[in-house]
Design a protein around this ligand. Structure first.
Ligand SMILES: [Zn+2]
Length: 642
């Protein structure tokens, strides 16, 4: 609530960007806290011998009491012969009352958060069967837990947030990133004054005495951690988005009554963003059911499939959670090492929204994000090496910001056509659509679309660490010939050189020319002609590259101009010699006699534009005056007379 209030005030004052920045940062904190307490959980392989097909769940929830009771029916297909027991993840803090199999109770054990259900007769491979678990209890207590009861305006509210390992704290499930639930029916019974928000389509709300049962039906594959429910005295309203010529999607908002008037204004933003993503990627993947927001007690958001839970309704939070419906929900990271598939893509989607819906702010958005990565991601990879390190998994600079920017950058490296076609393939391929994707698979989609090998790009930017720092040397001769040399150093030893396409804008009085250099080796030089006089060059004017802007730019000068830039007088001389510079900085002066012997040398760290040398101690004769400048070395001849 505080976030939402702050956002509206700031937007009214015309400093929208501050609120957006803060909101996005806060979002990350919430997502990380959601993870933190369950870091010790190691996904079990014990239930890899069956394919979870379907759940039908009945939950009894009263938001004034932090507790759950109900039943979960699970339909599964066996993947091996001699299948004699079914395993689910379930916290031992919950009590299993009974397990039913073929209309009879069956035996079970429940230890170490694993529920093992014994089948009376072993099943053969590819058998479809089902079990039903009746259970109740108080989900384990934790500060930002997976099952929370709180209040808003004195009214109880209860919500779940399972990502990534919290589902087992409140329901018996297969907690994994390898098997999606193919479909689910969710029945939630609450006291009459409340409403339950959940995944999929609301089929009915049935009143029975002083109880109400909401039935939510979801007929898409869903990852376990995205199954969620929230209960309070919600009021609802809908917006509608046109996601294709023939499809309109209901955007169903469940909000606190006291927030409704402000939410009704703020959530309208969802319509344009959904239509934008639908046109850039594929139409909203759950269009046959709905999208929705359910307000809950945090300042951030969680992308529960078809029903994001929202602490507020800022445009950046709406964008981020909606983006996850494509990246995170419809296509889910195949492991927590590849959390970039969720979070990097969601941040990249924020860039697309800035570009299309907020173009005046887009350049600043890119500058801010690049600056954040430069200052906070000099080392560390987007790929998560160590999934036991929670701060690392949900690292704001690496997973979110650098993760988003390497997509923005890749788009400019391979071009829009290949980039967006790679994304469409990711979202439509039978392997990944409605399933899971690893970074390796995503790399292949981009490679196929761009018809190029992206190993170096992913090795350097996804698995490697740091970024390049560029120095550009350039020179234009009087006949228009231009030479450019592009040099880079890197901030981390894991990458010694980033091969990149480097855009440089050449600016003249009446004409500009943007050129893209295929920079494949360090200090690579390029020569070409420009038929206008270049007054300055600008490195990467559109901020496509993760590198400091501006780069260090060094303007070289031609030999003739360099020679004329140093004047010595008088010549011949007897007592004093003056050296004057024009447009260059003097760094060092040598006097070398006719036999090659150095008779005088002096460094000039202050780069004076005028130097006078006392010649009284210099023998008579012929000398070379060698002047080192910031643009090169100039050698002149001089005679010392008596
Ligand atoms: Zn996110």
């Amino acid at each position: 609530m505080k976030k939402l209030f702050l956002f509206i005030i700031l937007a009214g004052m015309g400093i929208l960007s501050v609120a957006q920045q803060e909101d996005t940062n806060y979002l990350h904190v919430v997502e990380k806290k959601g993870f933190k307490q369950k870091a010790a959980f190691i996904p079990s392989a014990i239930h890899n011998n069956y394919d979870l097909i379907y759940h039908r769940v009945y939950w009894k929830l009263d938001p004034s009491i932090k507790a759950i009771s109900g039943s979960v029916a699970s339909h599964f297909k066996t993947l091996s012969d001699d299948f004699s027991s079914v395993h689910f993840d379930l916290s031992v803090a919950l009590t299993v009352d009974s397990v039913w199999y073929k209309n009879e109770t069956t035996s079970f054990t429940h230890t170490s958060d694993i529920l093992t259900i014994n089948l009376p007769d072993p099943l053969s491979q590819n058998t479809i069967d089902s079990v039903t678990v009746f259970y109740h209890g108080v989900p384990p207590e934790s500060g930002f837990g997976s099952f929370e009861a709180s209040t808003h305006g004195g009214v109880p509210v209860l919500w779940t947030l399972s990502e990534p390992y919290g589902a087992k704290e409140w329901w018996p499930c297969k907690q994994t990133l390898t098997d999606k639930i193919d479909s689910i029916d969710i029945y939630v019974e609450t006291p009459l004054q409340y409403r339950a928000a959940s995944n999929g389509k609301l089929v009915s709300e049935t009143v029975n005495g002083d109880l109400k049962t909401a039935y939510w039906k979801h007929r898409h594959a869903i990852t376990t951690y995205l199954v969620a429910v929230a209960v309070t005295n919600y009021e609802s309203y809908a917006d509608y988005a046109q996601v294709s010529e023939t499809q309109t999607v209901e955007i169903l908002n469940y909000v606190y009554p006291e927030s409704k008037s402000s939410a009704e204004i703020a959530t309208k933003y969802t319509v344009g963003v959904m239509e934008l993503f639908s046109s850039l990627f594929i139409p909203y993947p759950f269009a046959d059911e709905k999208y929705g927001h359910a307000q809950f007690g945090w300042g951030g958001g969680m992308e529960h499939q078809t029903m994001s839970f929202m602490g507020g309704f800022s445009s950046s939070l709406i964008t981020h959670e909606l983006a996850h419906q494509w990246f995170g929900d419809y296509v889910t990271c195949a492991s927590w090492q590849d959390i970039w598939v969720n979070e990097g893509f969601a941040v990249f989607c924020e860039a697309l929204v800035q570009e299309h819906l907020n173009p005046n702010y887009f350049l600043q958005w890119k500058k801010d994000r690049i600056q954040l990565v430069l200052s906070q991601a000099r080392s560390g990879s987007v790929f998560v090496e160590d999934t036991t390190n929670v701060d690392r998994i949900f690292s704001y600079p690496l997973t979110y910001q650098k993760g988003g920017l390497i997509l923005h950058q890749l788009r400019h490296q391979i071009g829009d056509e290949a980039f967006f076609s790679g994304i469409k393939n990711l979202l439509t391929d039978a392997e990944t659509a409605d399933g899971f994707a690893s970074a390796t698979q995503i790399k292949s989609f981009f490679e196929n679309a761009a018809d190029t090998n992206l190993s170096s790009y992913f090795n350097n930017w996804y698995y490697g660490q740091g970024y390049p720092i560029y120095t550009i040397n350039w020179l234009q001769e009087t006949d228009g010939a231009v030479s450019v040399s592009i040099k880079q150093t890197t901030t981390h030893s894991s990458v010694t050189f980033f091969p990149m396409q480097v855009p440089i804008l050449f600016k003249g009085a009446n004409q500009d020319s943007l050129m893209v250099f295929h920079n494949l080796e360090n200090s690579q030089s390029y020569s070409f002609n420009l038929d206008f006089e270049v007054s300055e060059i600008v490195f990467d004017p559109e901020y496509t590259l993760i590198a400091p802007h501006p780069a260090q730019i060094i303007l070289n000068i031609s030999e003739d101009v360099l020679n004329e830039s140093i004047i010595i007088a008088p010549n011949p001389t007897n007592e004093r010699l003056y050296i004057k510079s024009k447009g260059v900085k003097i760094k060092l002066v040598n006097l070398i006699d006719n036999s090659g012997r150095q008779v005088f040398t002096q460094l000039y760290p202050d780069n004076p534009s005028r130097i006078h040398l006392d010649m009284t101690n210099i023998p008579f004769g012929f000398y070379y005056v060698r002047v080192e400048t910031d643009k090169g070395v100039v050698v002149k001849t001089m005679v010392r007379n008596p």
